[in-house]
Design a binder for this molecule. Structure first.
Ligand code: 4AD
Ligand code: MG
Length: 465
């Protein structure tokens, strides 16, 4: 049978089975006894499988002795119980078909040693071959599937909202504008000048910053929905936690308020942590060893303990009285900076924390004004080591209030007419949140830069691949 490395090591096949595995050489070691030990990975699991290759094979001198890290091969042989520690099985090779050797092994970028993250970013097409990126990639996949599974189990429907949009969902002006390459037919102003603003079939269009407004419409028909896809932000933030293209999952719930979504977000994060611990124990063990000591235990602890909830107003007092020297001073009304968020999550609570009821002026136009008239029903979930990972709110379901807030933010209600309709036809209280997927992956794996949490990072100066 042709099996993955994971299947070969799993115990599904008894010793004595004749199996074929296909993959890439991690290391090769030759013994004096006329044998070579070749470690092979195919990405299916953290562990490689060891093939024991006898010198009697016809291509031993011509090919096996030239195998270097990264070469591809197909090995057929007998599965035998391994003497090596930590290895359940190995393969006694009968044939080894070499598919592709590595040109110039000395300059092959992925040598069997620890590379710096900066270096690996420059070889984004080859970094999935490393132990670390293999682990991160599998954890990423497990998180993705856990999200769909958890939300499906809670009765949510997955709604595919558009990437191309004409309205600014966050009202923050951080959108990338679309432009055509059809130079001969560029739209013109009446004066004959090129009108770059009308590039999308005569309209101005952008890459979406959030699917929230679109998914709200579906919540007001399907009750529990979410959108999950790539989102784009043109904020020129050259930081370790911002990407120009990132994935966001945005659950939206009808007949829900701020307390409901705080609970929903907590259960949601815990379900993801649980799936990672259960399905990726081998990868998390490696992460604990290489990147963040105790990474797995930390997630375990977060699953057990309830998340703390703090009012913004109280958070400001905590930050003012904590004695910490912050770069940005704190006073009521200011947006919390990463340093403040991290202090609250790391030092004050030591676990993820939900900060609620922010001043209305620093948050988005669609957030519901509280009865105090100066705060909105918004929440951020802050995590130790990174700060904000989730932003959410109860939405303003009252048309007159929504119009007021749009004008206050300099937005023209006319351009949001379909969104206003939702408040005219059977409006109900509703609320939702958005999880920055890569931020959560950074958090789970203890990575120091969000550019290592997505296969091909897009940020200022990084679009080579
Ligand atoms: O707080 P944000 O801007 O909220 C929204 O977009 C709402 N529409 C969500 C909702 O209520 N449905 O973004 C949500 C999350 C942030 O908490 C952060 O984790 C992540 O998205 N995020 C980014 N991640 C990577 N790079 C960026 N440039 C990000 N901007 C936001
Ligand atoms: Mg936010």
């Amino acid at each position: 049978a042709v099996v993955s490395v994971k299947q070969a090591l799993s115990g599904t096949y008894p010793a004595g089975s004749i199996l074929t595995v296909r993959g890439w050489v991690r290391t090769r070691r030759d013994s004096k006894a006329g044998l070579s030990f070749v470690n092979i990975t195919d990405g299916s699991c953290f562990a490689p499988i060891q093939a024991v290759v006898p010198a009697e094979l016809a291509n031993y001198e011509s090919e096996i002795r030239h195998l270097t890290s990264g070469a591809s091969l197909i090995v057929t042989g007998e599965l035998v119980a391994s003497q090596g520690k930590g290895q359940s099985f190995e393969i006694q090779a009968h044939t080894v078909e070499v598919c592709g050797l590595v040109d110039d092994p000395e300059t092959y970028p992925i040598q069997p040693k620890q590379h710096s993250m900066e270096f690996l970013r420059e070889v984004a097409h080859l970094r999935p071959r490393t132990n670390l990126f293999g682990a991160v990639t599998r954890i990423r996949h497990t998180m993705m599937t856990a999200i769909h599974r958890h939300l499906t189990g809670e009765g949510f429907f997955w709604i595919n909202t558009p990437i191309i949009t004409t309205s600014d969902a966050e009202g923050a002006g951080d959108m990338f504008r679309l432009s055509t390459l059809d130079l001969a037919n560029l739209p013109r102003t009446p004066e004959g000048k090129i009108d770059f603003r009308k590039d999308f079939f005569g309209r101005e269009a952008f890459l979406t910053v959030s699917g929230q407004l679109n998914v709200e419409a579906y919540a007001l028909a399907m009750s529990k929905v979410y959108t999950f896809g790539p989102t784009f932000r043109a904020e020129n933030s050259n930081t370790t936690r911002h990407l120009a293209e990132f994935w966001m999952v945005e659950p939206e719930i009808a007949f829900a308020d701020l307390a409901d979504i705080a609970s929903s977000a907590e259960a949601f994060l815990k379900a993801i942590f649980k799936a990672v611990l259960e399905e990726r124990a081998d990868d998390m063990a490696f992460i604990s060893e290489r990147v963040l000591p105790g990474a797995a235990e930390r997630l375990e602890a977060f699953i057990q303990a309830p998340f703390e909830r703090i009012d913004y107003t109280d958070a400001v007092k905590i930050l003012q009285n904590c004695g910490e020297k912050f770069e940005f001073p704190v006073e009521w009304g200011v947006d919390l900076q990463t340093e403040h968020e991290r202090y609250l999550a790391e030092k004050h609570v030591g676990r993820p924390v939900v900060v609620m009821n922010y001043p209305e002026a620093i948050k988005s136009f669609y957030m519901r004004l509280n009865d105090d008239g100066r705060t909105v029903a918004a929440m951020d979930v802050l995590a130790p080591g990174i700060g904000e990972i989730i932003g959410g709110s109860q939405r303003e379901e009252r048309l007159d209030q929504l119009d007021l807030r749009m004008r206050q933010f300099g937005l023209d209600p006319a351009t949001y007419s379909w969104y206003r309709d939702l408040r005219r036809y059977g409006s109900v209280p509703h609320a939702g949140y958005g999880l920055g997927f890569e931020r959560l992956l950074v958090y789970i794996c203890g990575l120091s830069n969000i550019r290592d949490a997505i296969p091909y990072p897009r940020a200022a100066g990084t679009a080579e691949f």
